[in-house]
Design a protein around this ligand. Structure first.
Ligand SMILES: Cc1cc2nc3c(=O)[nH]c(=O)nc-3n(C[C@H](O)[C@H](O)[C@H](O)COP(=O)(O)OP(=O)(O)OC[C@H]3O[C@@H](n4cnc5c(N)ncnc54)[C@H](O)[C@@H]3O)c2cc1C
Length: 451
């Protein structure tokens, strides 16, 4: 079938916007966060409503086409925009509502974190999601979700209590603990493998005030501070969530670490909880201050689409002194915009039963990922090489040999995906995949082959 005839066959069955390569919106619609990926899908479809989306999924199934789903478009590996593929683009599905009495939020499948946060904050409530407000809730929740309140609430997927899902054969299924518990388990970390999520339902927590900001250290202090942060995290209260950003300063000829602190509570108690980080060495800069939940969520400036990215790392099972050394060694060569991101994991994230979600990294003590970021194609080789080299340095500490699936390298292998879940979870996921998507129609993701 020619593209025109193909496009017409979809347009005849639907009312939404069909964007083919000759459409004036094609280039903006196919743009991805990672500027290294110049993907040219066959058709992009923006459904007008639920019936329309169901028609498009049925059309794809009858045409034997794989379906990619675009939520917030932040997949660093470009999963949501495959070359020559069919994309269902939910970027206009951004409504979020809150039931304050039941402390539940519902977010449409294309919502960004800012849509969800803005809806919940008005009621003094919050969902554990992520740390950059322009990220899509879709990919983030389905792949795990590391947020400013991970220690008290667990991963983003732990707060997922239900979804409305359009399956590969075009059925609309309500998924929750009562109706489809296996599928809910799979959606908590198993990615976009099981259908198009049109509505996410989250359990919320009361939260208005945060004490948040960063502490920065440079030079020889960095190793000691990282070691202290790892030590602190082994006994930190649930109110404290932290992450470290380590990069190389050419000006200093040495590393700099910025520790992002989020304390859920009063400033004095927060200072007491992080006392070990405030003295000897003293940070050269601090920005900690009381703020609203929305201010805490919005404090990182969004990274613009179009920069070039190669992200690779490991969920680590332990954080000995050797890991701090590896991070500092890795930081050298990070370039102007790259850095090592260390997201500490403790508290509720560890206590929530491991069998409640498909997410495979619950026992990790941290996510340690090299975020290689640069501007021009000329930097591709060096940028990719640095990301790979850094991830190699973290590998000896890896929980399972897999990384955090929400930070996928563009050349992610099937072995790394399987390793991220471990053999038992992966086998169970493959069985569930066979039930709901036997033809692997949803394969543009961290793919789980049907058993
Ligand atoms: C700048 C930046 C900051 C980030 N910060 C964090 C963070 O703080 N914490 C964290 O945990 N992660 C973070 N991430 C990683 C983020 O979770 C992933 O990039 C995630 O895939 C983004 O989801 P998206 O919907 O924007 O992506 P998209 O590219 O739109 O989608 C990625 C994949 O998710 C699936 N998907 C998306 N929506 C749906 C849906 N409605 N139904 C079915 N499948 C769907 C599809 O398989 C799709 O291929 C960040 C990423 C970036 C680029």
């Amino acid at each position: 079938m020619t593209i025109d005839a193909f496009e017409r066959s979809l347009a005849d069955r639907t009312r939404g916007l069909v964007i083919a390569p000759d459409h004036r919106q094609y280039d903006s619609a196919r743009s991805l966060f990672n500027g290294m990926l110049d993907r040219r899908p066959r058709l992009i479809f923006r459904p007008a409503d639920m019936d329309d989306l169901v028609s498009a999924v049925r059309w794809a199934s009858e045409s034997d086409l794989a379906i990619a789903v675009r939520g917030g478009g932040h997949s660093v590996a470009g999963h949501s925009m495959p070359d020559d593929g069919f994309v269902i683009d939910l970027s206009r599905w951004r409504s979020a509502t809150v039931d304050p009495g039941r402390r539940i939020a519902e977010a449409e499948g294309g919502c960004l974190l800012m849509d969800l946060d803005a809806a919940t904050a008005g009621y003094g409530l919050a969902a554990p999601s992520g740390t950059f407000i322009d990220t899509g809730v879709g990919g983030l929740t389905l792949g795990g979700g590391i947020s400013h309140i991970i220690a008290s609430e667990g991963f983003g997927c732990d707060a997922l209590i239900g979804v409305e899902l359009v399956t590969a054969d075009g059925r609309v299924v309500e998924v929750d603990e009562e109706r489809e518990p296996d599928l809910l388990w799979a959606l908590r970390g198993g990615g976009g493998n099981f259908g198009v999520v049109t509505r996410f339902r989250y359990r919320l927590t009361p939260l208005e005030r945060m004490y948040s900001g960063s502490l920065s250290y440079r030079g020889p202090a960095v190793g000691a501070v990282l070691a202290r942060l790892f030590e602190l995290d082994t006994s930190a209260p649930d109110e404290l969530s932290t992450q470290a950003i380590v990069f190389w300063s050419d000006e200093d000829g040495g590393p700099i670490v910025r520790i992002n602190v989020d304390w859920r509570g009063e400033p004095d108690d927060g200072d007491a909880a992080i006392r070990a980080l405030l003295v000897d060495p003293v940070p050269f800069a601090t920005t900690l201050q009381p703020m609203t939940w929305l201010q805490a969520q919005a404090r990182f400036t969004p990274i613009p689409f179009g920069l070039r990215h190669y992200w690779k790392g490991h969920l680590v099972s332990q954080a000995p002194a050797g890991l701090a050394d590896a991070i500092i060694t890795a930081a050298e060569g990070s370039g102007d915009e790259g850095f090592i991101l260390v997201e500490l994991i403790h508290g509720a994230a560890h206590r929530i039963p491991d069998d409640s979600a498909a997410f495979g990294g619950r026992r990790a003590v941290a996510n340690v990922t090299a975020l290689s970021i640069w501007q021009d194609a000329g930097g591709d080789e060096a940028g990719i090489a640095w990301g790979r080299r850094a991830a190699g340095l973290f590998e000896p500490y890896s929980l399972s040999g897999g990384g955090y699936l929400n930070y996928p390298e563009v050349d992610q292998t099937a072995a790394r995906v399987a390793a991220a879940f471990g053999p038992e979870r992966f086998a169970r996921l493959r069985t569930i995949k066979r039930t709901w998507d036997p033809d692997n129609r949803f394969r543009h993701n961290a793919n789980i082959l049907p058993a």
